[in-house]
Design a protein around this ligand. Structure first.
Ligand SMILES: [Mn+2]
Length: 328
């Protein structure tokens, strides 16, 4: 198992679902020592098995990379848990076993979200700087969207489902030394498609971290989503609050222009926030995890995964980190 506390803030590569030779080379060429897989392509329709997880870790390490985190199991692994549907006990058993297997395999972090109806955008072809292609969200266009899950789910009900799950996962995480990292709702608005969202403001995260207070429970601090919240007005305060408490496990470093009700994802460096100051604040808060890109604008002649956009974002983040380390 990686000793997470022995490492300093650094830049990682990820957001792919397989660790191919080409992704390994790209990660190394970008200067990353750590990788994160998002919704990893692993066998298993209901849970992940020890031997597959161990093979993933050793494949990374045999190529001089640390497997820092797996972000997101397939939603079908815990969709009934999120909405409290029949069959959630079986899904819970499988999620507990997946976490045990991650711990046995020495994979330290599982990123997770609480969005039964996923991430929403209202455009996936919004032109940004120089004609690069990005995405955008306008609440006005989806405020009358149909119910995604047959009926409305209130915030109280979603909190009850959340508490039911976390209170049963945290003891397993503690026993097996696996951290769960909570990603914000994206977009961070109170409700979409009839389902209340829980993690769209500071209070929601504070409640989750206090209700399930464990060194094994923290944040995947998606800077993009936090910047969407009130146009970024609360980003610095959130880092100041959660950072010194050791509750930020890693950071998605992207940015937007606008706020939750109407925003466009942009190139890093031209969004709501001064990224240098954000990285500086993370350092001052004692953060020692990964900075990793997230969604990035699709640049000219880019690959489907976005090598060009990701190389730009990762280079930019690396430079900000070096600058912060130089002036500090
Ligand atoms: Mn994110």
């Amino acid at each position: 198992m990686i000793n997470l506390d022995s490492l300093e803030m650094r830049v990682g590569i990820g957001q792919f679902n397989e660790l191919t030779d080409e992704q390994i080379a790209f990660s190394r060429q970008c200067g990353a020592d750590d990788v994160l897989l998002n919704t990893a392509k692993l066998p298993g329709e209901e849970r992940w098995e020890f031997k597959d997880l161990l093979r993933l870790r050793t494949h990374a390490e045999d190529n001089n990379l640390r497997l820092f985190a797996l972000e997101n199991v397939p939603t079908k692994f815990y969709d009934k848990i999120m909405i409290g549907a029949e069959g959630r006990e079986q899904q819970l058993e499988n999620m507990q076993e997946t976490v045990r297997n991650m711990g046995r395999a020495g994979i330290p972090i599982l990123g997770y979200h609480w969005m039964p109806n996923s991430v929403w955008r209202t455009s996936w072809e919004r032109p940004v700087r120089g004609g690069a292609i990005s995405n955008a969200f306008e609440m006005e266009l989806v405020k009358d969207a149909p119910l995604t899950h047959g009926r409305a789910y209130s915030a109280d009900e979603m909190w009850a489902n959340y508490d039911w799950y976390l209170s049963r996962m945290m003891p397993v995480c503690e026993e097996y030394n696996v951290r769960m990292a909570l990603h914000p709702d994206d977009p961070p608005v109170p409700s979409l498609g009839g389902i209340a969202r829980l993690f769209w403001n500071f209070e929601g995260f504070k409640r989750a971290m206090e209700s399930h207070a464990s060194p094994m429970h923290g944040l995947d601090f998606c800077h993009g989503c936090w910047s969407e919240m009130r146009g970024g007005a609360g980003v610095m305060e959130a880092i100041e609050y959660f950072g010194p408490r050791g509750r930020i496990f890693y950071v998605h470093l992207r940015d937007v222009r606008g706020s939750a009700e109407n925003f466009t994802e942009c190139f890093i460096g031209e969004g709501n926030m001064n990224i240098f100051k954000v990285v500086q604040k993370l350092k001052q808060s004692g953060f020692k995890g990964l900075l990793i890109d997230d969604h990035v604008p699709h640049m000219v002649n880019d690959s489907p995964w976005g090598h060009r956009g990701r190389a730009f974002a990762t280079g930019y983040i690396s430079a900000m980190l070096q600058a912060v380390n130089t002036v500090a």
